[in-house]
Design a protein around this ligand. Sequence first.
Ligand code: SF4
Length: 456
Amino acid sequence: MSLKTFTPEQLALLRTLLAAAAQAAGWDAVSIEAEGDRMLMALRRGPRSLPAPPPPGRSPASSPSSAESAGASFLAWIRPASDEPSFSRAGAWSVGYRGDLPVGADSLLRSLVEALADHPAPPRPAEPDPALIFGTDQLEIRVTLTCNEHCVFCNSWHGADNLATDLPAAVALLERARLRGTRKLVISGGEPLLVPWIPELAREARRLGFSYICLQTNAVLLSRRRRTAPTERARQDIGGASLRSVGLSVPSPQPPTPAPWSLLQATAPDEVLVSAHGSTPEVLAAVTRRPALAQAHLDGLCRLLASDFRIIVNFVVCRQNLADLPDFVRFLARQPKRPLLLSLSYVAPIGLAWDHRYETIPRYSDAAPAVLAALRMARSLGLDAVLPEYCGIPTCVLPELREFADPADERRPVHVPPDKMLVPRCEPCPWKPRCSGIFRRYVEMFGDEIPPSSPL
Ligand code: SF4
């Protein structure tokens, strides 16, 4: 259990209780601050005034010891009860102190024990749901791992606990997420437009109370120029070898969807997130490794951008398309309708990107100036562009990137996921509360790249 599950009001109540208990024992609480899993109290007791000397011939009344009369300070802590050694247990709490215990301070600790004996402990945090997108309250369901592209950084099978390849399995995930209060759904893949039952999934989600649905697509199937049913090779080629290598079976191919645009309309997502990683067929061919589909990809993207769907464009920055960033921004700005958002994600060292890391993952310090220039150009051309926190560049590498950081709401908590890390030099960084850290694997490849002069 941790204090993190207390609301601000509950924390304020706890502080008041502790301050009152300290005062009752004759101590002042100079500060009461949450520190990790505990509440740390800095306590001070002023020097006691000495009683008047006894009249001649009378023995002195009991008087404070010289240690007591000199005043004292020390640090006490409380935390939800655990096996850690402590001064005492108090109901659901442990009470302890740091350093030496000044004379008379044990009465203060006993006062805290008494005050906390019936005070409720913080609620247990909910178990993390593997289908929730880390650090958010959005449920992501991968409705297939099959894809008609074969991107150099594909990681669709990574953490595939959220894979639901039939409607009942997907609805079970929806129901579980609703019990947790989740209202946002992301339909992901593979390529979700290869799955004929996504309209039913969206209907079920709305019926269960989901208020937001985002559908991710690479847009290839939405091209008007050609109907692009995936070839058998493409279906099995979603990193099939990699799937087997991580112990997952390659799913059976889904029948090609007869009318992808109608499927999209019937699904009626609130937003469509298009994976678009290049402005020309050549760049796209290098990234998606399906040269024959590159033009269809661009056509599908343009068709979506011209439609009434609300579009988010996600460009994954990698070695293969880094130089194309300015052209891609200009390409988007030329479209008759602008997307709601352009997100410049940074390739994550997982999945195929990790298998081919040195050909795919640029160094942050090499890529950051180009990413910043692209973000600025996008803004100057009237596009709303962001650098996402979880799939971005740690902004200490180039602090000007912070202007484009997403989430933009600085009060929204950002967590460090298990595959990322902060390092000791992050401690003084003013951006730390908003930073999800650096991928551990990236550190393994290139070091942390945090400038030696942090804090920044
Ligand atoms: S917290 Fe660490 S990794 Fe994040 S921006 Fe600051 S110094 Fe960089």
